[in-house]
Every structure is written in structure tokens, then in C-alpha cells.
Design a protein around this ligand. Structure first.
Ligand code: SAM
Length: 205
């Protein structure tokens, strides 16, 4: 593959997670971003760990099909690693529950597009399906230089705005909380509350 001349957020995150799927242009952009907002590596590690716990929870519920939005990069700790038995083709789309993984995306979609997309997904999937999603809080508001680097499509939201965007999807009793505090495996990682996450369901029958 030709060396890209522009950085990608997914490959920058790969760099912060310690992966191998990034290029010098991504490392340079990640370094510049960290200069403006220091705890990048820690908050993306917390987000990836949330993905791991959410996917494991979905798989434990017996779901063996996943619909993953956003790039397959960063790979390390991604869905296929957490649930290796579920990455093959499973017939019965629309009839068998699936796990919809919608992480790292909501911040790049306006409210109408996001709400409509989530509702269309709700309509399309079988009852018993799950949605794992994260939202960006207003953490970066205090770091205007970092905010400017996120580009014009980037949207921060106050936590009160997250719930209504889920529409018919019903969050589990865990709620929509900072990702490090969503069913933490031990003491939650001491990271800023930059990402909020939830697991939501389309109730079975
Ligand atoms: C922050 S990365 C997240 C990557 C990965 N899903 C994760 O959780 O680590 C954002 C991803 O969203 C994709 N993206 C951004 N805006 C999008 C849009 N409007 N439609 C589809 N994909 C979009 C980018 O290409 C990029 O792969």
C-alpha cells in the first residue's frame, strides 16, 4: 500500500494503542495532538477496554454475529480478537440477534444523522440485538488547540444529550457513563471523562 500523505484518526489511535498499522504521518499527527491534549493514549486505551468488556458481554449473551462500524483499524483488541468465534459468516441476518458496534463514530455525525442511523439499525436487526456506542463529552472544550485539530465535523455533546439520540434502543441498567466506569474489571482507570459509553438492547419479543 502506498504511504498515505494524510493522517487518519483510526491509525493515530492504533499508534496510541501500541499497534503496528500506522505510518510516520500518523505518528507525527498523534505527537502534535498529544502536545495539545496529553492523555490521548490513556483515554483511547480506556475506550478500547470498554469495547472489550462490551463485546464480551454481548458474546456471553449468546450473540455470535457482529456488525462493526468504522474502520477495522486499530486492530489490536478489536472485536475479532475479543470474540474470535464470531467473525465468520452467520446466515440469518435480520432473524438472529447481532451486536452492533458503533464506536468512535458518533462524534463525527450530526444529531439528525446519528439518531436516524441508530433508528434504522434498530429497525433492521432482530430482537435481542445489542448496540455498543460511545459519545464524546465536552472534555476538549478546555483545549481549543486540540479541538481545532479534530476538524469541522467533530461534535462534542453534553451528557444530557446522549440518551435521546439512542431513540428506541434501551440502555442496560449500567446507563450511559464514562467508559472507564462501565462495568470496570477492577478499579476504574483514572482517565478524564472524555468518552461516555453504553450498551443498549432491542428487547427480545
Ligand atoms: C476515531 S476513528 C474510530 C475507529 C474505530 N471504530 C475505533 O473505535 O477505534 C473514526 C472512524 O470513523 C470513520 N468516519 C468518520 N466519519 C464518518 C462518516 N461520516 N461515515 C462513516 N465513517 C466515518 C473514520 O473513517 C474512522 O475510521
Amino acid at each position: 500500500m502506498a504511504e498515505p500523505d494524510r493522517p487518519s484518526t483510526a491509525r493515530m489511535i492504533d499508534y496510541w494503542l501500541g499497534g503496528v498499522h500506522h505510518h510516520p504521518v500518523d505518528v507525527a499527527a498523534a505527537g502534535a495532538f498529544e502536545g495539545a491534549y496529553g492523555p490521548c493514549a490513556a483515554i483511547f486505551r480506556a475506550l478500547r477496554d470498554f469495547l472489550g468488556r462490551a463485546v464480551a458481554t454481548i458474546a456471553d449473551a449468546g450473540v455470535d454475529g457482529f456488525l462493526v462500524f468504522g474502520a477495522g483499524v486499530p486492530t489490536c483488541g478489536n472485536v475479532h480478537e475479543v470474540a474470535p468465534d464470531a467473525t465468520g459468516f452467520v446466515p440469518g441476518w435480520g432473524r438472529r440477534p447481532v451486536g452492533v458496534i458503533f464506536l468512535g463514530l458518533a462524534a463525527f455525525l450530526d444529531d439528525d444523522t446519528l439518531a436516524r442511523t441508530l433508528d434504522e439499525l434498530y429497525e433492521a436487526v432482530a430482537p435481542g440485538s445489542f448496540l455498543a456506542i460511545d459519545f464524546d463529552s465536552e472534555e476538549l472544550a478546555a483545549y481549543p488547540e486540540a479541538l481545532a485539530m479534530m476538524g469541522p465535523a467533530f461534535r462534542m455533546r453534553a451528557p444530557a444529550r446522549f440518551g435521546p439520540l439512542l431513540g428506541r434502543w434501551q440502555p442496560t441498567p449500567d446507563g450511559i457513563v464514562p467508559v472507564a466506569r462501565w462495568r470496570p474489571a477492577g478499579v476504574p482507570a483514572p482517565v478524564p471523562d472524555a468518552f461516555y459509553g453504553a450498551l443498549a438492547v432491542k428487547p427480545a419479543g
